[in-house]
Design a protein around this ligand. Structure first.
Ligand code: C2E
Ligand code: MG
Ligand code: MG
Ligand code: MG
Length: 280
């Protein structure tokens, strides 16, 4: 009972203040968790698109779909609301909505070569209806499956391996590409990495940010491993020309980051792309 918790802890002093803050945080999270159940019907969710560039050709290769939520006038970061949606169970409905939205948008782009990369929570992947939800998103949008990329984080390695292997194989048999997101920040089993046959490894922004001529061991090792496993690589969070040049020299396949574009609304993305084709 939160009210009880609150009243017991309003004694003055540091402990009281800390509890007050903690209570506020718990109350706020609870409001967000409840709000998330209505986010779809209240039209509070949207999707932005961030370009991913092919380093060899400078062509746009794909975009990453990134969820946005405006709740009671405030933008809530996905880093904050996705975990809350996972806790409440709303992630399945929300994830399905995002997938439909992103597939519909991508199917409407004039350029039919551009892929769309969607983040998928491990809880979605474990859901027994996940594959049929993906099929429905593809069928109703008309997007061809090779254009769909799904990003999962290394946290999937901690869960039910048999189910996850089956899900990933089902995706791969449909020609859907599967990526490991935030690579290097979590716990990955080399054995699983080998047996799961991922198409793509996304090198986490934290390694790109720290990258210099003499601090490149992690990126180098990741590239070596990706090559062995037959995976393409994307570097995330590329902000400077120096980083882009280093990554190019090192042999990364694709780049994503503010250097090229921030996540963009569908309409702004269309404009960005027209401009990119003229100036790239
Ligand atoms: P992520 O999948 O690793 O997405 C990349 C994040 O890095 C995005 O943050 C993007 O805006 C940000 N980013 C890209 N380039 C740069 C850069 O050059 N500099 C900096 N500082 N940041 C950059 P965002 O949109 O806030 O999303 C945060 C995380 O929330 C995502 O990390 C992903 O884990 C999760 N997320 C977002 N949308 C969804 C979704 O639809 N479903 C699920 N399950 N998770 C999502
Ligand atoms: Mg991602
Ligand atoms: Mg990432
Ligand atoms: Mg992330």
């Amino acid at each position: 009972d939160l009210t009880m918790y609150h009243q017991k802890n309003i004694a003055p002093g540091k402990v009281g203040l800390y509890s007050e803050a903690l209570y506020e945080k718990m109350r706020h999270d609870q409001q967000l968790r409840e709000g998330l159940w209505q986010a779809i019907e209240k039209h509070q969710l949207s999707v932005m698109y961030q370009p991913i560039i092919d380093l060899r050709t400078n062509d746009l290769w794909a975009v990453e779909a990134l969820a946005r939520w405006q709740f009671e006038g405030e933008w809530v970061r996905p880093d904050e609301f996705i975990p809350l949606a996972e806790q409440s169970g709303a992630i399945n409905a929300i994830g399905t909505w995002i997938m439909h939205r992103a597939c519909i948008d991508a199917a409407q782009w004039e350029d039919k070569n551009i892929g769309v990369s969607i983040n998928v929570s491990v809880l979605q992947l474990l859901n027994e209806n996940f594959i049929s939800q993906v099929d429905r998103a593809l069928n109703s949008s008309g997007l061809s499956p090779e254009r769909l990329h799904l990003e999962v984080t290394e946290s999937i390695f901690a869960d039910d391996t048999a189910v996850l292997t089956a899900r990933i194989n089902a995706l791969k048999s449909r020609q859907i590409k599967v990526a490991i997101d935030d690579f290097g920040t979590g716990f990955s089993s080399l054995k699983l990495l080998q047996s799961l046959d991922f198409d793509l490894i996304k090198i986490d922004r934290s390694f790109v940010t720290k990258l210099t001529d003499c601090n490149d061991t992690i990126v180098k090792a990741t590239l070596l491993m990706a090559k062995e496993f037959g995976c393409k690589t994307v570097a995330e969070g590329v902000e400077t020309q120096e980083q882009a040049s280093l990554l190019k020299t090192m042999g990364v396949d694709y780049l994503q980051g503010y250097l090229f574009a921030r996540p963009l609304k569908k309409k702004d993305f269309d404009e960005w792309y027209t401009n990119w084709q003229k100036t790239k």
